[in-house]
Design a binder for this molecule. Structure first.
Ligand code: OXD
Ligand code: MN
Length: 598
């Protein structure tokens, strides 16, 4: 058992004791973040088969993990917000009464760690000591979770010291149990700074610092304390003048946040002196600075990215990042050279692969329309340290964060939304974010490709009522004397044959350039009912062969009738959110309807 002397904080030690009485581990180990302990845990995981050590020359410090095939994505229908009053969780979240939930889950946790080790992981979200930083402790019986948390957060002794004697930390409890899907629960008690997770070992459900803390609990705390926790990447653009600008962008899961955050500008932009650097690919915490601007940090310390589709063409920086110190989950194993592979990494698959379930993979069975024939799971992941990212901004660890000039919302829409448009004001920008919709992806269990409303890409992550969340966004705007400009982009518009109209990836720089110019007051725009759009020549298409101006006009077309139908859908969604929907957003909706019909 953990010796009392290891943790002097009584709040922590008595909580650990309470949990240990229920889960009954054979021993308790404190994670200190030292290289020796981490290395010993890697050895242990390799000896039990939980990890496979990959080619130490080609991919030093890299490992492969295979999860249970029933446990490969976030489970939104098993995710709950347990507030005292049901209405505080809102109509979009699943809710359970906190006492009933604890009773039920305590039954499931009872004896769940028998014969196992319970690891105690103290961690910090944000640089330890920063005004943005928040601390947590995760108790888990999974070495895989420990090793992932050591990459994704700043975990170990420094975080424990920062908690000191206080009880201001998020209590997270994870037990693998027997991975029974029907008893899988990811539950949050925002009023008690507590998260419980059981019967899963998939990252988004069990790396409790990530979605559970840094989004669901943090969004709740942010509302109480006057800041925002958002599902956003953060990137830095260095302009030819040497000036650096910072942008946040919110896209639903698996819609290209990692690619945009690590974008390499096309060569004509490089020649002009543009550079892009990454600060984060998934989560941003945003505060109002004393200068009236919005300042952001990325609270994480690693990337938990989707592997399929990542290649030398689509994201060379991510590919470079994952060559070292990375844990791969559910990708294919190239047994000839003990490396990894996934669909999209190269045009042709290597000759001898073991698929993500550990079976021999027969390339003849591959059918690109049927994910069950893929060598890697469509939601297979890499967990890689930010420190390996070749384009990491030197502001990454800055405790004050970076000042944000623009916020971009985006979704995956075949039709309707143009390549880019700018909202008229903060309030209309909040409307744009609230009305976001996207086709579903493999990041969560469920049907893929269905359009669903995903406001600010936060539908699965807001830890309280969605109407209150929008009100909080509107209130934040009132505190910003110099707010970021708000834009919406859509890289996924298709032609009548279903082909993407926009080349995407590095070429998205062309859209970022217009956005930065708008922020600097250097680009014109045409005013449409939905907001401001680029004039025909405002998006640079130099060097873009296979692209003609008529394609650009199509990408920037606004169809009033389609938008009027969309507004009906938005209104239905607002009504579903219910009585806490702010009137300001209904009035934005009415004004837009009027502008579209005038
Ligand atoms: C993620 C997600 O893993 O959004 O980032 O699902
Ligand atoms: Mn995400």
């Amino acid at each position: 058992m953990l010796k009392n002397t290891d943790i002097s904080n009584r709040f922590i030690s008595s909580w650990i004791e309470d949990i240990a009485k229920i889960t009954q581990p054979k021993e308790i180990v404190l994670i200190d973040g030292s290289n020796e302990q981490t290395e010993a845990l890697r050895e242990l995981a390799c000896s039990t088969g939980e990890l496979i050590r990959l080619n130490t020359e080609k991919m030093p410090g890299c490992y492969l993990h295979r999860s249970n095939p029933n446990d490969v994505a976030r489970v939104e229908d098993r995710t709950f917000i347990c507030t005292e009053k049901r209405e505080d969780a809102g109509s979009i979240n699943n809710w359970m009464d906190p006492d009933e939930c604890k009773k039920k889950l305590t039954g499931l946790y009872r004896g769940a760690m028998k014969g196992k080790t319970m690891y105690v992981i103290p961690y910090s979200m944000g640089s330890v000591g920063s005004q943005f930083a928040k601390y947590g402790i995760e108790l888990t019986d999974s070495v895989y979770v420990v090793l992932n948390m050591l990459i994704m957060t700043r975990a170990g002794k420094d975080a424990l010291d920062a908690i000191g004697d206080g009880d201001n930390f998020v209590r997270g409890l994870h037990a693998t149990a027997d991975l029974d899907e029907s008893n899988r629960y990811i539950v949050h008690f925002p009023e008690e700074n507590t998260i419980w997770s059981i019967n899963s070992a998939y990252g988004g459900n069990v790396l409790l610092g990530k979605k559970c803390f840094a989004l669901r609990i943090a969004s709740y705390l942010g509302r109480r304390e006057g800041w925002l926790a958002e599902h956003m990447l953060i990137l830095e653009i260095e302009c030819p003048s040497g000036e650096k600008k910072y942008i946040c962008a919110a896209f639903p899961s698996a819609c290209g946040k990692t690619n945009l955050a690590m974008l390499i500008p096309p060569s004509i932009y490089q020649k002009r002196g543009y550079k892009i650097r990454c600060l984060g690919d998934d989560i941003a915490w945003l505060r109002v600075g004393s200068d009236g601007r919005l300042w952001a940090i990325n609270p994480e310390n690693g990337f938990f990215g989707v592997a399929p589709g990542t290649s030398e063409k689509t994201n060379p920086n991510a590919l470079f990042t994952v060559q070292k110190s990375t844990i791969f989950t559910n990708v294919a194993h190239n047994i000839d050279n003990n490396t990894v592979w996934w669909e999209g990494l190269t045009d042709n698959a290597p000759s001898h692969l073991t698929d993500w379930k550990g079976n021999h993979w027969d390339p003849k069975q591959y059918n690109k329309k049927d994910p069950s024939t893929f060598a890697a799971h469509p939601n297979s992941r890499f967990t890689a340290p930010t420190s390996e990212c070749p384009c990491l901004s030197d502001k990454f660890n800055d405790p004050d964060g970076v000042p944000i000039s623009a916020i971009i919302f985006g979704g995956r829409r075949e039709h309707l939304t143009p390549l880019v448009y700018q909202s008229r004001s903060w309030q209309s920008g909040v409307f744009v974010g609230s009305a976001m919709a996207s086709e579903t992806t493999a990041a969560a269990v469920g049907k893929i490709g269905i359009v669903r409303r995903d406001p600010m890409a936060m539908r699965p992550f807001v830890g309280y009522d969605m109407g209150d969340y929008f009100t909080h966004w509107l209130d934040m705007g009132k505190k910003l004397s110099n707010p970021p400009k708000i834009f919406h982009v859509n890289w996924f518009r298709t032609d009548k044959d279903g082909r993407f109209l926009w080349p995407g990836f590095g070429e998205n720089m062309r859209v970022l350039e217009w956005i930065i110019k708008r922020c600097n007051g250097e680009a014109e725009a045409r005013e449409e009912a939905i907001g401001y759009l680029p004039l025909d020549n405002d998006i640079c298409t130099d060097d873009l062969d296979i692209f003609d101006k008529s394609t650009l006009s199509e990408l920037l077309r606004v169809d009033a009738n389609e938008w009027l139908c969309e507004l009906d859908e938005i209104e239905k969604f607002y009504n579903e959110i219910g009585k806490r929907m702010p009137v300001e957003l209904y009035s934005e909706l009415d004004c837009l309807r009027k502008r579209l019909t005038d």
